[in-house]
Design a protein around this ligand. Structure first.
Ligand code: NAI
Length: 413
């Protein structure tokens, strides 16, 4: 049995994440300052074997309370630093007091570091630390006080932790809009207009908390090791879109996140990259769409120098010829430096082609992502990552290039 510590587990993303881990047989240490809500979550979790889930009522911004976090906490396989808050007032930044700024920074930026410090001695070698930042850490959201600065700081802090602790698998999730209590309260108070938010999202919808839970579950698993030190921007494509026209709300329902996947692998050595689909195959559902159609195209790995953009375009054209809606294309790109400067724009052009296609395809729930892989990597190391990116659990992921590393240092998955 593996053990995970999740902060902010009494509500929203944290609560769904706790349910997913518990359903998968993990022991959960759940931290929140809201005792009543936390107790309710713990009581509702499925239990496996003899280990029980542990509620820890702690204010993560209170130094004295934090001193007790490690006491009685078992050895950990993963930490999910999820607790966070937005600024309750709509005051412009220059009218905010240092105390107001500090309140957000204490929870969103300092607390994740304090949790890792407090639990450092409890982490197994190769353990995963996942921080929950926000799209607001990638692009500024005004009139939310220090929210964007605190989340940008958390992304940078995550990268620094990944460098400082190469024995751990440290990653950061940057969610777009998720329909949680936090977002509902912004909508109720008129501070967030859902139609306006959705108009900037190529996939034409906000995410469900369960979609973030799936991402956190993947990032907290041993299979995330090749993705260490990276950011997962899970936002329906909003961070990669520069469109000047609004996107229409989608009319396509999201499929269940554990729907069976039907995988089609294209390119040289296809069988090496796609074997995970056989092992994860389950009986096909009975009504409506029977499987989530996914294509993994590895042909760009054998593209000639300067030929990446053309290879991705060909893969996209093939894919679009076979799928008219709700499917995913994942292209593998080689991560190698161009040998001639004249070819140096090709990889960036290929990555931007992926983003541009995602913007054009979003209304049809057709997703496209790239995974950049080091030369000579054993394909089996990437199977968990590919299963997540290609499959229905990642239905909110589009337009991204995910950078992978080999097993260079630290424990392999
Ligand atoms: P939420 O407000 O539903 O849940 C936050 C939880 O953190 C609550 O249970 C709350 O009691 C707990 N908490 C707050 N302050 C605490 C403290 N000082 N000590 C201990 N626990 C504390 O929030 P939601 O929406 O689930 O967000 C989770 C994370 O995801 C946050 O870090 C948020 O910034 C981030 N996020 C959320 C997005 C969204 O659209 N909902 C978008 C992008 C990021």
């Amino acid at each position: 049995m593996q053990t995970v510590l999740i902060t902010g587990a009494a509500s929203g993303i944290g609560r769904d994440t706790a349910h997913l881990f518990a359903s998968a047989g993990w022991q959960c240490v759940l931290v929140d300052r809201n005792a009543q809500a936390l107790e309710k979550v713990v009581r509702s979790l499925p239990a496996h074997g003899s280990a029980t889930h542990l509620p820890r009522v702690i204010d993560l911004t209170d130094r004295q309370q934090m001193a007790s976090l490690a006491q009685g906490t078992p050895a950990l396989d993963a930490i999910v630093n999820n607790a966070g808050m937005t600024e309750p007032s709509t005051l412009p930044l220059i009218e905010q007091t240092p105390e107001q700024l500090q309140r957000l920074l204490a929870l969103n930026l300092s607390a994740p570091a304090a949790v890792v410090d407090a639990c450092s001695g409890l982490l197994h070698p190769g353990a995963r630390v996942v921080n929950v930042s926000s799209g607001a850490g990638l692009a500024a959201i005004p009139w939310r006080g220090a929210y964007s600065p605190s989340k940008a700081g958390l992304i940078a802090q995550t990268m620094a932790l990944a460098q400082a602790r190469p024995d751990l698998c440290v990653t950061v999730l940057a969610p777009g809009f998720v329909r949680t209590e936090l977002v509902e309260s912004l909508i109720q108070s008129g501070r967030l207009v859902p139609e306006g938010a959705v108009a900037k999202i190529p996939l034409g919808r906000m995410a469900a908390p369960a979609e973030m839970a799936r991402a956190l579950f993947f990032l907290a698993s041993a299979g995330a090791w090749p993705f260490r030190g990276q950011i997962l921007a899970l936002n329906g494509g909003s961070s990669i879109s520069g469109a000047s026209r609004p996107y229409a709300p989608t009319t396509i329902d999201t499929l269940p996140l554990d729907w069976p996947v039907k995988l089609d692998v294209r390119g040289d050595n296809a069988e090496l990259w796609g074997t995970w689909a056989e092992t994860s195959a389950r009986p096909v559902g009975s009504e409506g769409v029977t499987s989530y159609e996914a294509c993994l195209d590895v042909s760009a790995l054998s593209a000639p120098a300067g030929g990446l953009l053309q290879a991705v375009h060909l893969a996209a054209t093939r894919f679009a010829g076979r799928h008219d809606q709700q499917a995913s294309l994942t292209v593998l790109l080689p991560s190698r430096a161009a040998t001639r400067w004249q070819d140096a724009g090709d990889a960036a052009a290929a990555r931007m082609l992926v983003s541009t296609l995602a913007c054009e395809w979003g209304a049809l729930a057709l997703r496209i992502n790239a995974v950049e892989v080091p030369e000579g990597i054993d394909p089996s190391q990437l199977h968990p990552l590919l299963a997540y990116v290609c499959g229905p659990a990642a239905q909110y992921l589009t337009g991204q290039t995910l950078i992978c590393q080999g097993a260079a240092s630290g424990p392999a998955a």
